[in-house]
Design a protein. Structure first.
Length: 147
């Protein structure tokens, strides 16, 4: 699996969210080398408390069987929060590829404790997107992470 290609697709989703006036976090769901779901944080766009990138990505993938999820990897530009980590665990997605966890450390320890394979790419474009956004929109960022 080409993690850099799929992360580039997640980054495109993050940029799409930013262009819509939202928070620049993107996610891609991949099954057997094919993208089956795409999403980006749409809390602002939908006035929603749950439309984080990973949740939105799972929504666009539609209903899948338990077996389908076991063959998936989810890519996310930012370390997944407890809510998104819970969805990953609920559907037993075995692998998560994270663009960066420097600006926000999500619930990675819990995912690891539950046997999920984590890969953190330390992608500088992901870091820069979040650092720029946090600098420009601190109130919105703090709202998103419940500070």
């Amino acid at each position: 699996m080409d993690d850099s290609y799929f992360m580039s697709q997640a980054i495109e989703e993050a940029k799409k969210g930013l262009a819509e006036g939202g928070i620049p976090i993107g996610s891609i769901l991949v099954k057997n080398g094919l993208i089956i779901g795409r999403g980006h944080n749409q809390r602002v766009q939908h006035d929603s408390v749950i439309h984080h990138a990973e949740m939105n990505c799972l929504e666009t993938a539609g209903r899948l069987t338990a077996k389908d999820y076991k063959d998936c990897t989810i890519y996310t530009t930012l370390s997944p929060c407890p809510m998104c980590s819970g969805a990953i665990l609920l559907y037993k997605i075995p692998r998560v590829v994270i663009g960066e966890n420097q600006t926000y450390m999500g619930d990675e320890a819990h995912l690891k404790d539950q046997g999920v394979e984590l890969t953190v790419l330390r992608n500088q474009e992901c870091v820069q997107l979040m650092q720029d956004f946090i600098k420009e929109q601190p109130a919105l960022w703090n709202e998103d992470i419940s500070v």
